[in-house]
Write a protein that binds this ligand. Sequence first.
Ligand SMILES: Nc1nc2c(c(=O)[nH]1)N[C@H]1C(S)=C(S)[C@@H](COP(=O)(O)O)O[C@H]1N2
Ligand SMILES: [Mo]
Length: 377
Amino acid sequence: MRPRLLPPRFTGRLHDPRTATVIGRWLGAAFAVCFATGLISHGMQHPPSWLSGFPSRPVGAYRFTQGLHVASGIAAVPLLLAKLWTVYPRLFTWPPVRSPRHGLERLSVGLLVGAAVFEVATGLLNTAQWYPWPFSFVPVHYAMAWVVTGSLVLHVAVKAPDIGRHWSRRSAGTLALPAEDARNRRSLLTAVGAAVGAVTVTTVGQSFTPLKGLDLLAPRHPDQGLQGLPVNRTAAAAGVGAVAEDGYRLRVDGPRPAVLTLADLRRLPQYEAELPIACVEGWSKSAHWGGVRIRDLLERAGAPAHARVRVVSLQTRGGYRVSELDATHARDPLTLLALRLGGEELAPDHGYPARLIAPNRPGVLQTKWVCRLEVLT
Ligand SMILES: Nc1nc2c(c(=O)[nH]1)N[C@H]1C(S)=C(S)[C@@H](COP(=O)(O)O)O[C@H]1N2
Ligand SMILES: [Mo]
């Protein structure tokens, strides 16, 4: 039976499987990079029980993978829009469901589109620290990544014959398409490529600092902030009041517990390290830190070599007041309880009087306003 309302007709010529295949390949690559780097980031923040820890070198590895995560997510925005534009006339094919198998395929496409749009949108808003939703970002963004990946694998499997027929310019299906569309397709693909290039070049400087001068669309500029380093949560926002120089104590709980004043900490051997803050939200900045080695503090406290360490902040509420160091990071000679940044005492917003800084570690785990180290065995 014909529907009373005729489905719309589409006169655009590039809603064809060849265009969908080419854009789909780029989008698939962006999603694959985004998923792999997202798993790394999530694994570092929520280490699975079967993993004893992560390597602490190269020092900037997380900066690189998380920079790639945010860059591939941003590149996915124009790619996803272009892909949806190419295929949207299929929403209006009649009848909408031809068979149970076709119905299932449509359902999986619906799931893929919904989850992909959700994932890219929530990730993008997170880079701007804007959370206009009632759920917590990390677990939901993580769970939806599996939904996107699962439905994407299913989609590629179902579409494999079509993809194969249009994979290259000389594939059978592609040769059957009107030849005069090829030039328009090249223009469209060039424009999509240019859009990807433009959003990448204007945002990637937030972590790849050689391009920071072009960083026009990124929410953070790596040079903006106290002592040349951005601040995500200020002392006021964390509810940490002014810390008095002689009121501060660092407790080290271990086999030989110790309580140290700021003067005690300054009398211990001091070390310097050039290490980045690599925020999960996509900005990264290297800085010059000075302070006491965590491993020296652990040795004084009689901690065994394999000990993990819980790092606790003066901050009394909020998600990032506590972090854990695995044995590799705890023993790394570059892992510091930093007292200085760029040769100056830490500003209150950077964690005065003492903050953790360790190599190859997400920014959220570089705990500020540290007041206690607990040796875990
Ligand atoms: N106690 C505490 N430490 C914290 C945070 C926090 O909210 N509370 N934020 C973390 C995050 S998300 C980042 S990116 C870094 C930023 O350090 P900075 O503000 O010195 O640049 O601090 C981390 N340390
Ligand atoms: Mo962060």
